[in-house]
Structures are given as structure tokens and as C-alpha cells.
Design a protein around this ligand. Structure first.
Ligand code: AMP
Ligand code: MG
Length: 317
């Protein structure tokens, strides 16, 4: 059952406890409502995709309560990004920079960069502070639906999904954050949003758009960044492919017989949430085995299985 609670002191503590325990809390930010989970807990993050009904893994934005804590999520920060953080955080600016090791791969959908921001909403800041960890949160709507700007929107779309919805009233800005990355020290606009580009350019110099025309970089554009070096072949579970020391094997729930270059099992109990949380790490480690081909078992095509299959199909393409 989802609890809809006013965003007061006590309820924010309650929501923080939910997040620390691996649960899901929807909360207001200054842009839109977010669907929040412990950003360092892969299984909790997998639940976000499950609740949204997202048929694929898009990278999530990590929310922190101060620039000092946000910096720890990056492994390097260009000087211009540093200037922007000082000026615009807290605020509707998301920075995409090389990730620290502590950031789980499901958060970045396998990318080596992570998106981070500090929201300018006192309830959001209090929640993150009380949780004591970054909160991973996409907009709290069902996949393909409009972003929610009130707690009632969240309940209507996702009622029954999150453990808690914190009601902090209507969001002040109502559109998503501006997403910016850097290339060769120069800013690159990934998505226009709540912070005008002109403001950014005054400090960081001219930004180039990531894609041609006015369209923001479609999440689909990101996918080609992640293709394993090895050939990936999709197979039916237990299809009985001939074992080889030159091939790696990605099993859904059962260890395959025979000798392989490397084997990973996504979930021994056949749990799709556990499998989703393990997917990117497993693919990277099989790739690191140096195998020329990776056999990947298909997973059941429902719930998170759809997103897992989407990723495997892209890797196999
Ligand atoms: P939202 O669902 O509104 O939180 O949007 C998050 C968006 O941030 C995604 O759709 C991505 O396009 C973008 N994003 C997050 N992480 C990255 C990244 N590492 N590289 C590029 N874009 C990112
Ligand atoms: Mg969204």
C-alpha cells in the first residue's frame, strides 16, 4: 500500500527510512516529482524501472543535498563544471561527468558517466540528508506519460507502486532539469530544461547541442555507447550450446554445464529484479574475460524482463 503523506519533518524521516531500507519514495523537487530509491543500491534502483513500467534501462539522475557530496560521485570535474556547480546548485541543472566507482552500473545503464544534481527544494534536500546517501530518481510518472507536478499526479499514475509519496505541493518549475555534459572542457547540451542555456553560457562559454536541430539527445542515442566488444548471441535458456573455453555464458538462473571462459548467473532464484540489478556488472565482467562470444539466455519477457531483453537485444544487434 502506498502512503500519501504531507512533507513534514516526521514524514520526511519516515521516507528516509524507507529509502535506507531499499524501498521507494516519491518526493517533490523544484522541477517535477521524483521516484526515489537508494542510489547506491542496485536492487532498489531496479524497482524504479519496475514501477515506472519502463521497457528499457535509461540512466538515472542521482540527487545529492550539497555540491560537496555530489562531487564525490564524479571521478573528475572540468573547471567549467566546477563553476556551474558553485553558481547553480541547488537548482535545475544536471551535470553528466565521469562516474566514481561507487556508482552502480544500473544507475548509469552501463555508461562510464553519471548524471548528478542538487535540487532546490527544501523537502528534497531534507530527505536526501536524512537518507544519508544519493537518491536515484527519474520523474515519478508511468513510462511515456506526462511528468507529475503534484503528489496527486503521482498517486494517479503510480498509486500502489511507491511505498511512500511525500506531498510537498505543486512543484515550482514544473519542467525537467537542464542536462549538460562536457567534451574537451566545453559544455554540451544533452537536454534543455529548467535552467536557461544563456545562464550557463555566461559562465561556461558557448555550448554546443548534442544532436542536430532542436531535439535533445534522445535516450536512444545513448545506446550505441554500450555495445560489448564480444559478439553477443541470444539463446533459449538451457539451449545446450556446446561449451567452449573461448565463449562466455550469461545464464538467467541455472549454471550451464561444461567449461566456459566465464559464467555469470543473473538470479539463482529466477527473480527479475535481482537479475536487472546484476545485468550490467555481469556483461562487463564477461566481456573482460576476453571471450570472443557471449551466449546470453533470454529472460521471461514480463516486468523487468522486458527491459533486460531490450538491453540484450541491443547488445546483440
Ligand atoms: P529523467 O527520467 O527525467 O530523470 O531523465 C534522465 C535523463 O538523463 C535520461 O533520459 C538521460 O537522457 C539523461 N542522462 C542520465 N545519465 C546520463 C548519462 N550518463 N549520459 C547522458 N545522458 C544521461
Ligand atoms: Mg522522465
Amino acid at each position: 500500500m502506498t502512503e500519501l503523506l504531507k512533507a513534514g519533518r516526521k514524514n520526511i524521516q519516515k521516507a528516509a527510512a524507507v529509502i535506507k531500507g531499499g524501498g521507494i519514495a516519491a518526493f517533490p523537487t523544484e522541477t517535477v516529482y521524483g521516484l526515489g530509491a537508494d542510489g547506491l543500491n542496485p536492487e532498489a534502483c531496479a524497482r524504479i524501472f519496475e514501477i515506472k513500467g519502463r521497457p528499457r534501462f535509461d540512466p538515472l539522475i542521482l540527487h545529492e543535498c550539497s555540491a560537496a557530496r555530489a562531487r564525490k560521485l564524479f571521478s573528475s570535474i572540468p573547471p567549467a563544471a566546477e563553476k556551474l556547480m558553485r553558481k547553480f546548485w541547488p537548482g535545475p541543472l544536471t551535470l553528466v561527468l565521469p562516474k566514481a566507482r561507487t556508482v552502480p552500473e544500473i544507475v548509469t545503464a552501463g555508461l562510464k558517466t553519471v548524471a548528478v544534481r542538487v535540487p532546490a527544494n527544501r523537502h528534497a534536500l531534507a530527505l536526501i540528508k536524512a537518507a544519508g546517501r544519493p537518491i536515484a530518481a527519474p520523474s515519478a510518472n508511468r513510462f511515456g506519460a506526462l511528468s507529475p507536478t503534484t503528489a496527486a499526479h503521482v498517486r494517479k499514475q503510480l498509486g500502489g507502486g511507491p511505498d511512500i509519496i511525500l506531498d510537498g505541493g505543486r512543484t515550482a518549475i514544473g519542467v525537467e532539469s537542464t542536462i549538460l555534459t562536457f567534451s574537451g572542457g566545453r559544455p554540451v547540451l544533452l537536454r534543455p530544461g529548467g535552467l536557461p542555456l544563456e545562464e550557463i553560457e555566461k559562465l561556461a562559454g558557448p555550448a554546443r547541442p548534442a544532436a542536430r536541430g532542436k531535439k535533445p539527445l534522445a535516450p536512444g542515442c545513448l545506446k550505441k555507447h554500450y555495445a560489448p566488444a564480444a559478439k553477443l548471441r541470444l539463446i533459449a535458456p538451457g539451449a545446450g550450446v556446446k561449451p567452449s573455453a573461448k565463449a562466455a555464458y550469461l545464464a538467467f538462473s541455472t549454471v550451464p554445464p561444461g567449461k566456459w571462459a566465464a559464467v555469470k548467473v543473473l538470479s539463482r532464484s529466477g527473480d527479475l529484479r535481482e537479475a536487472a540489478a546484476a545485468l550490467f556488472g555481469a556483461l562487463h565482467s564477461l566481456e573482460a574475460s576476453g571471450a570472443a562470444v557471449i551466449y546470453a539466455e533470454k529472460v521471461p519477457p514480463h516486468g523487468l524482463g522486458r527491459a533486460i531483453m531490450d538491453r540484450l537485444r541491443r547488445a546483440a544487434a
